[in-house]
Design a protein. Structure first.
Length: 315
């Protein structure tokens, strides 16, 4: 089978299209014929070697957490799936597990979901990592109805989901993005849009209940200036220093620190799917590349400034 694979740790130059043996399902696994997959920051960070203690030294490696496709083969002990079923879900790219930037991938059945009605493969492949990360971060902030939420990086992969999920839960949402994406943020439901190049929302007079930093570059001190006394600072980029800060804030009181990490329990998928099927949340897929141009998909994401998700079409 064809796969976009890495021959070693390093930059974009270590990756190329290649051939790998077709996977066979082990107990509890399903082989999926991939129709679409997406690129997330974790893919190029793992490629660069940021998690090599977890990903090991065996190469070649295939990255890609998100996937959507059709069940090709069911392994021993699997129930609830059959060949031909359309599915979507995610697979970890650590601990030797193969990723989905390939024509086929063996995935633990527990990590797959039936494709929701009315959702295409490319849309579904945009959902798991980014949308579930946004959902998990906002869930920790409690009831959002009637509250004010700022999303920094509101048109990016995680940010465009955070904007829509907050809005669907009754929040008044301020989107922070570049000037060229203002109208896109409004179309996603933002009540107010701030061009970060023209205005620093953290130095305004308004205090918010939640600041969701989907971009991952907003320091706690800056966010705290824009937060209500018991507000929440949500970030997708944790660090040891920030973990200490989170613990310290619990003791001191004041704004609280929340880490937005993907959680993929059945109830999380069910909550997300309900929002998607209702039309309250829609994945934005602005750039789609064939598997043969997967290098361009990585370059688009690593270059920054992308709107929504970058998807790779397979087959």
């Amino acid at each position: 089978m064809k796969a976009f694979l890495a021959r070693s740790y390093g930059g974009p130059e270590v990756m190329a299209l290649g051939e790998l043996p077709d996977p066979a399902p082990r107990r509890g696994e399903v082989v999926v014929a991939v129709r679409a997959t997406s690129v997330n920051p974790v893919d190029w960070k793992v490629r660069d070697g940021a998690a090599r203690l977890l990903t090991g030294s065996r190469f070649p490696k295939v990255y890609g957490c998100d996937l959507a496709g059709v069940v090709q083969e069911v392994g021993p002990g699997v129930t609830g799936f059959a060949a031909g079923d359309p599915v979507y879900g995610s697979t970890p790219v650590i601990l030797g597990k193969p990723g989905a930037h390939a024509e086929r991938v063996a995935v633990a059945a527990r990590r797959l979901r039936p494709l929701p009605p009315g959702i295409g493969f490319e849309q579904a492949a945009a959902l798991p990592v980014a949308a579930l990360t946004a959902l998990a971060g906002l869930r920790q902030c409690g009831d959002l109805a009637g509250r004010t939420v700022v999303v920094n990086g509101a048109t990016g992969g995680v940010g465009h989901f955070a904007l829509q999920i907050a809005k669907a839960h009754g929040a008044t949402v301020t989107a922070v993005c570049s000037a060229r994406n203002v109208e896109r943020a409004r179309s996603l439901g933002a009540d107010l849009v701030v061009d970060y190049q023209a205005q620093d929302f953290t130095r305004g007079a308004v205090r918010h209940d939640v600041v969701f930093d989907a971009f991952g570059g907003l320091a706690f001190g800056a966010a705290a200036r824009a937060l209500a006394p018991r507000g929440f600072y949500v970030t997708t980029l944790g660090s040891p220093t920030l973990v200490v800060r989170a613990l310290w804030q619990r003791v001191l009181g004041g704004p609280r620190v929340v880490f937005a990490n993907m959680r993929a329990r059945p109830e999380d998928y069910e909550a997300l799917e309900a929002l998607v099927v209702a039309g309250s949340v829609r994945p934005v897929v602005e750039r789609v590349f064939p598997l043969e141009r997967a290098a361009d998909a990585f370059a688009a994401l690593e270059g920054g400034g992308t709107v929504g998700k970058v998807v790779i079409r397979v087959g």
